[in-house]
Design a protein around this ligand. Structure first.
Ligand code: ADP
Length: 370
């Protein structure tokens, strides 16, 4: 295994050499600098596993050096230990506030230095390993999800096309209609997938924001909610779920891009229906004003979301128990919905209880009366 590299920054050459000898002797690789500026130059050449820096130094002191290290995303995660000549509480407090990981008060025993170094390296190695494992799992999940989402509709389309192409003369009208329906199901699923991916790109490239800046008009959110609910009523009916829409009277209009809001409400409603899981369940959609907000609540009596999962539910490519709930989709609907609400100056908030249901509250800011 490669030796861990430690960057030592200290203008007291006797102390610097002492630390170097000790650390080299027990198997670390050390790189040295005598002030912050020199240390920053070294960081452009190599990446240490740990930085130990004095505070009082000529040219660039430890605080400025730490500030430069922590504001650069390439170096911000390197553990950082300060050496300070004073046991001055103010010094220690300032460093801790700036996010320094530990302190060593001079004069210190070289044994203490070793203990600090070992502890920090071990702790950061564990954190890094955990982050890598999580990243690995997420990557694996995304690959599985993508291949499934692409393969399933393609299998539909290919299978039915092959049947049609293989036996044109024996197929009756009904049979042909069934095959064509299968092809339709497959292609609309692929279409949804492409639309969702495109929506993510439009969010990231600012296209949605430009649409908002140029095309937003004052509109009646209650009307948009009713339209989306009507559109999804057949899907709900298929699952034995009823949608109840209640719009408060005399609501002020809101500046919106109607296609964006249609997408937000449709995504929330689609999920509410999908996760209802019980025929006879009700989805309630309320539109009302609360103080300086216009709120759209989408409330279901479905499976609910555990607090841990709720924290990540708006992240991209996140689904909870995909296999267990036999979910389709890419786990991006909520990320898109939230992005669109934020462009409208609002947001989406979630309250949920596993086994009881969820409430997604999408809100718009209302202009304060002038
Ligand atoms: P997808 O587009 O794949 O449905 P979403 O971003 O819309 O993804 O939702 C992400 C995940 O959040 C879903 O896969 C599901 O696990 C969970 N979820 C969303 N809405 C609800 C809901 N109303 N009840 C329970 N779980 C939900």
């Amino acid at each position: 295994m490669a030796k861990p590299i430690i960057l030592l920054v200290e203008d007291d050459l006797a102390l610097l050499n002492g630390m170097c000898d000790t650390l080299d002797m027990v198997g670390y690789r050390t790189v040295t600098a005598t002030n912050g500026r020199e240390a920053l130059a070294s960081l452009r050449e190599m990446r240490p596993d740990l930085i130990i820096s004095d505070i009082m130094m000529p040219e660039m002191d430890g605080y400025d050096f730490h500030q430069a290290v922590s504001s650069d995303s390439d170096t911000a995660t390197i553990p950082f230990i300060f050496l300070t000549a004073k046991s001055d509480q103010a010094d220690v407090r300032k460093g801790l506030r700036d996010g320094v990981d530990a302190y060593l008060i001079k004069p210190f025993d070289l044994e203490d230095l070793l203990i600090h170094v070992e502890n920090k390296l071990r702790r950061f190695a564990t954190i890094r390993q955990e982050a890598l494992t999580q990243l690995d799992e997420l990557q694996q999940q995304i690959i599985t999800m993508f291949s499934h989402e692409l393969r399933t509709p393609l299998t539909y389309i290919q299978g039915y096309t092959d049947l049609l192409a293989g036996q044109p003369e024996v197929s009756g009208r009904d049979e042909i209609a069934t095959f064509l329906e299968g092809i339709q199901v497959g292609s609309s699923r692929l279409n949804r997938l492409v639309e969702n991916l495109l929506a993510l790109v439009q969010l990231d490239t600012g296209v949605f924001r430009q649409e908002y800046d140029h095309f937003a008009v004052q509109d009646d959110v209650g009307r948009l909610v009713r339209l989306a609910a009507n559109h999804l009523a057949p899907t709900a009916a298929n699952k034995g779920v009823t949608i109840d829409v209640r719009v408060a009277e005399d609501l002020p209009p809101v500046s919106v891009v109607s296609t964006h809001i249609n997408q937000v409400i449709s995504n929330l409603l689609d999920n509410a229906i999908k996760f209802s899981r019980r025929p006879g369940a009700k989805v309630l959609v309320r539109v009302y004003q609360k103080e300086s907000r216009l709120v759209v609540d989408v409330i279901d009596e479905g499976i609910g979301i555990a607090p841990y999962d709720a924290r990540h539910i708006f992240d991209r490519f996140r689904q909870v128990n995909r296999a267990k709930h036999e979910q389709a989709g890419l786990g991006v609907g909520l990320a898109i919905a939230r992005g669109l609400m934020q462009i409208h100056g609002g947001d989406i908030e979630l309250v949920s209880k596993p086994g009881e249901g969820s409430k997604f509250a999408a809100w718009f800011p209302l202009d304060s009366p002038s």
